[in-house]
Every structure is written in C-alpha cells, then in structure tokens.
Design a protein around this ligand. Structure first.
Ligand code: DAT
Ligand code: MG
Length: 140
C-alpha cells in the first residue's frame, strides 16, 4: 500500500502574515501527517517548473513575482485522500468566494492586484503531486 502524498506551499503572503502555524495546524487537525517541511526562498527555476501549466496566462508573471516576494514553506503531507482533502481544506482559488471554514475563505481576500494572493498551494492530482514534490524536495 503506497501512502498518498501531496505538495503544499504556504505562499509568501501566508509567511509574511504570520499564518504558517494556523495553516499547518489545520492539516494536522484533519489527521494528515507532515512528512517533510522547509522554509525556502523559491528560485526562478523552481517557480517556472512549478507553474509551467500557467505559462502564457495573464496572471503568470504577477504570480511568479508574488511567489518570489519572500520565503515560502514547502511541505509534503500524507494520508489517504490527502490530495483532494487538502484542496478541500484550502478552498477555491478566488478568496472572495472561498467558503468560510476553508483556509482561503477564513484568511485570504482580494487585494485588488493582478494575481490572487490566496495563501496556499496544493497539488491537484497524483501526477502533479509527484512532479511538484520533485521540484521542492529534489533529494527524494
Ligand atoms: P489553484 O491554486 O487553486 O490550484 P490555479 O492552479 O488555477 O489555482 O492557479 C494558480 C494560482 O494562480 C492561484 O492559486 C492564484 C493565481 N490565479 C489563478 N487564476 C487567477 C486569475 N484568474 N486571476 C488572478 N490570479 C489567478
Ligand atoms: Mg493549481
């Protein structure tokens, strides 16, 4: 039995606003395990690889710039169903309409800039998780 794993980022807005603990607490409270965790300043290469699916979209460069504004926390969480489970904890992409009770719904808002600063990233599939874990934890 292979344990399901997902790649979570606490984005620079989450670190800057002092929300690392509250975000990780929700992952732990849900019952998932934290397998790896690191505070890093993302390189241009890491961000280009991580967001390659969004290259060419209007929010791409603002997104990469935002993700470079300060340190972020990369972590690997594990447990059955953790990939959709963390997406559910995070809430929908747009923080204005993300449901209360979710990380984005409770802690994030629209700041009127050209990228949504929505505190967290979570892998959206097993393929994405494997690809993204290799970007942030290449020693694996
Ligand atoms: P998610 O992070 O919910 O998986 P995504 O992969 O579609 O969303 O987009 C990556 C990030 O890019 C997202 O967290 C915030 C930003 N973003 C996405 N769509 C956007 C939009 N229409 N306007 C501004 N920022 C956007
Ligand atoms: Mg995504």
């Amino acid at each position: 039995m292979v344990t399901e794993r997902t790649l979570v980022l606490v984005k620079p807005d989450g670190v800057q606003r002092g929300l690392i603990g509250q975000i990780i607490a929700r992952i732990e409270a849900k019952g998932y395990s934290i397998e790896k965790l690191e505070l890093v300043h993302a390189t241009a290469e890491q961000l280009a690889a991580h967001y390659e699916e969004h290259e060419g979209k209007p929010f791409y460069q603002p997104l990469v710039d935002f993700m470079s504004e300060g340190p972020l926390v990369a972590l690997v969480a594990s447990g059955h169903g953790v990939i959709p489970g963390f997406r559910s904890l995070a809430g929908t992409t747009d923080p204005t309409t993300a449901a209360p009770g979710t990380i984005r719904g409770d802690f994030a808002r629209d700041w009127g800039v050209n990228v949504q600063k929505n505190l967290v990233h979570g892998s959206d599939s097993e393929e994405s998780a494997a690809r993204e874990i290799a970007i942030w934890f290449p020693e694996d």
